[in-house]
Design a protein around this ligand. Structure first.
Ligand SMILES: [Zn+2]
Length: 73
């Protein structure tokens, strides 16, 4: 699809590392699938992956981790 950030690139399937911070806890999730702009590098996460990520992050935080680094899959 056309990138809505730079309007000058197109996106293709790729991976990125995303992080969530809440109440002093930091959860980093690597190899998140989505679409990456070939021009500006903006990462678009798909909605299914976004939900799965939120679940993983909430679980890690409720388990009491101050810093958790996870793989998406
Ligand atoms: Zn772009």
């Amino acid at each position: 699809m056309e990138c809505v950030i730079c309007r000058n690139g197109t996106t293709s399937a790729g991976f990125d590392t995303l992080s969530f911070e809440k109440n002093g806890h930091l959860v980093v999730i690597r190899n998140v699938p989505g679409e990456v702009c070939d021009n500006c590098g903006h990462f678009y996460i798909d909605s299914v992956a976004a939900l799965a990520l939120q679940k993983k992050a909430k679980k890690a935080i409720s388990d009491g981790a101050d810093l958790e680094i996870l793989q998406y899959s």
